[in-house]
Ligand binder design. Sequence first.
Ligand code: BTN
Length: 321
Amino acid sequence: MENQILKILTNHQGHYISGQDISEKLHVSRMTISTYIKGLKEKGYQIETSTKKGYCLTQNNDIIFIDDIKKQLHPFYQNIDYFDEIESTNQHMKSHAYQQGDIIIADSQTNGKGRNGRSFYSPKQKGIYLSFMLKPTLSIYDSLKITACCAVAAIKAIQKNYPLSPQIKWVNDIMINDFKVAGILCEATIDMNTAQIETMIVGIGINVHHDPMPADLQHIAGCLEDFCDKQAQRQKIIIDFLNIFYDDYTKLSYLSFLDDYRRYSYVLHQDITVYENNTSYPAYVSSINDDASLTLLVDGKQKILKSGEVSIRKTNHQQHT
Ligand code: BTN
């Protein structure tokens, strides 16, 4: 019922619709509608109420309708579980039985997870917090390719919806003007005998709508709408991202996504600082390899960087994520 009311209000977004009209559409009493509206307001939806005109969902609501998403996704994707609030979509997927192609979407996370034990700020209605399950036939040594493929899909989906030119900060961050606007967290289980990936949970968080960031993030993180005037719907970005990802994922072995990965790179041919095991050292990124690892020049010697507990920062930039 809640969802049906939200759908009607969304179809009239920015305009009033009377309680009578809604109750007739849904074949319930006006009292029932009024009770549900109260509940929706308590959940954080911004609905204006007028005794004369009825209810108006204000323009700054961006509601995700799972049925709309399902209809437009490639059939590879299976069930979608939606939560108004969850601890972490990755964590939930890890601790429940999900199949390949299953998706979890949340409107907010109370303990969103980032790489290297960091957290991911996930306020209500402001971003995309999404995990999906893969069971790829892939060795653990190739797992970076999935993160890279996901980053490319995120960039393309953002560009389909906004006049922006984001870049990929190896390996899992999406940047605009030195601010992080999205992050990817891939978590795998491995068959130790074969070194093959058994399951891979791909988690992505994208900061979409304006929201005052907590003080410790203000200088390093931003959202898409900080960088342009347009407003897009999160569900449209979700659909584009998942369909683009699937397209590149089915061609993973041809490495076609890598051209884009290199083209969108924030660090290729740049001086960086590498943070590894409580130490840091300067390096130059000379290439991005076919397994999505980086070749660095460190003190004139080549070094290959493959994910792990490593983070990098562009030299002479404040950014450190
Ligand atoms: C990072 O910044 O290091 C990665 C951030 C990944 C955040 C997403 S939001 C959806 C999914 N669930 C999580 O708890 N984390 C990922």
